[in-house]
Design a protein around this ligand. Structure first.
Ligand code: NAP
Length: 303
C-alpha cells in the first residue's frame, strides 16, 4: 500500500510539487499557514489539515517546504507542529533550504520520538517544481532515501543521495554559490552586450548553447532583457541562502570572495525595498553603478 503523504508549505515551490504529487496519484493532505492557498489543492483532490500536528496524525511521510530555519523549527517542533502529532516510524522530508547545523538538531528531536528525517533541498526554480524536473540533494539514511524515492520522483528528475543527515543542506549551499556567481556573470555579460550596442536576444541565442550556457542564462537572461522582475526565487530568500553559505564558510575558514560580493550587491537592493523581486534583479545593482540600462522596455513588471 502506498504511503499517505502530507505537504506543508504551498509557496512558489511547494505549490508545483504538491500538484505533481496529486497528478502522480498520491494520497495527499496539505497544510499552509495562509489557509486560502489550500483551496486549489482541495479542489484537485487533496484533504486540508487544520495544523501541522493534525496533518502528521493523518500521514506516514511528511514533506516540508517553508522559507527559513526558524520556519522549519516552528512547523516541525513548535506548538501544534509535526512533532506534536507524530508517531514512531514516520518520515519527515525537509525540502526547505536551511542551516545544516539546525537540521541535525531538528533531526535529533524527531529521532527521540522514533521519527526519521531526510534533508532534501531542491534546485530548479519554480519552473522545475511545476514541470516535475527538480534536482533534489538528499542527506540521511539509505533505507529512508529508498522509502522516499517513489514520492520524490513525482517532482524530481535528478535525485542524489549525497551523504548523511545535513549533507543535503551542505550540497545545496554549494549549489547556491554556483547559482549566484553564475548570475553575476549573466548580469555583467548582458550589460556589456547592451553597452556594445548588440541585439540582446541574438546574443543570448548565440552563446546559450556553447560553453557559456547555463540554466541561469537560459531562464533568467530573457527575463532580465524583458525587465520582468516577477520572482521565481525572491531576493529575500536568495539572501537567506547566501547568509547560510557565508556562515558555514566562516565556520570552515573558506574565503568566498565572489559569493560575498553578490551578498552585498543584494543587500543594496534590499535597502531599496526590492527584496520581493526575483533574484535576477541583481542586474539592477550593476545598472546603478555603471549607468547602463538593460533592454528597451520602458514598462517594468514588478516583484
Ligand atoms: P515562498 O513562495 O515564499 O513560500 C514560502 C512558504 O513557506 C509559504 O507556503 C509560507 O506560508 C510558508 N511559511 C513561511 N514561514 C512559515 C512559518 N513560520 N510557518 C508556516 N509556514 C511558513 O518560498 P519558495 O520560493 O516556495 O521557497 C520555499 C523554500 O524552498 C525556501 O527554503 C527556499 O529557499 C527553497 N527554494 C526555493 C527555490 C525557488 O526558486 N523559489 C528554489 C530552490 C529552493 P504562507 O503562504 O502563509 O506565507
Amino acid at each position: 500500500m502506498s504511503e499517505k503523504i502530507g505537504f506543508i508549505g504551498l509557496g512558489i515551490m511547494g505549490r508545483g510539487m504538491a500538484h505533481n504529487l496529486l497528478k502522480a496519484g498520491h494520497d495527499v493532505v496539505v497544510w499552509n499557514r495562509t489557509t486560502s492557498r489550500m483551496d486549489e489543492f482541495v479542489a484537485a483532490g487533496a484533504q486540508a489539515a487544520s495544523s501541522p500536528a493534525d496533518l502528521a496524525r493523518q500521514c506516514d511521510v511528511i514533506l516540508v517546504c517553508v522559507s527559513d530555519t526558524p520556519d522549519v523549527q516552528q512547523v516541525v517542533l513548535g506548538e501544534n507542529g509535526v512533532l506534536a502529532g507524530a508517531r514512531p516510524g514516520q518520515l519527515v522530508v525537509d525540502h526547505s533550504t536551511i542551516s545544516p547545523h539546525a537540521t541535525l538538531e531538528i533531526a535529533a528531536q524527531l529521532k527521540a520520538k522514533g521519527v526519521h528525517m531526510l534533508d532534501a533541498p531542491i534546485s530548479g526554480g519554480s519552473e522545475g517544481a511545476a514541470r516535475g524536473t527538480l534536482s533534489i540533494m538528499v542527506g540521511g539514511e539509505a533505507d529512508q532515501v529508498a522509502r522516499a524515492l517513489p514520492i520524490l520522483q513525482a517532482y524530481g528528475k535528478t535525485i542524489t543521495h549525497v551523504g548523511p543527515q545535513g549533507a543535503g543542506q551542505m550540497v545545496k549551499l554549494v549549489n547556491q554559490i554556483l547559482v549566484v556567481v553564475t548570475e553575476l556573470a549573466v548580469c555583467e555579460g548582458l550589460l556589456f552586450a547592451q553597452a556594445g550596442g548588440l541585439d540582446l536576444q541574438k546574443t543570448l541565442e548565440a552563446v546559450k548553447g556553447g560553453a557559456a550556457g547555463s540554466w541561469m542564462l537560459a531562464n533568467r537572461g530573457p527575463q532580465m532583457i524583458a525587465r520582468d522582475w516577477r520572482p521565481g526565487f525572491t531576493i529575500d530568500l536568495q539572501q537567506k541562502d547566501l547568509r547560510l553559505v557565508l556562515e558555514a564558510a566562516d565556520q570552515l575558514g573558506v574565503p568566498l570572495m565572489a559569493t560575498g560580493m553578490v551578498f552585498h550587491l543584494y543587500r543594496t537592493l534590499q535597502a531599496q525595498g526590492l527584496g520581493s523581486e526575483g533574484n535576477h534583479a541583481l542586474v539592477k545593482a550593476l545598472e546603478k553603478m555603471s549607468g547602463i540600462r538593460l533592454g528597451n522596455n520602458t514598462q517594468e513588471r514588478g516583484g
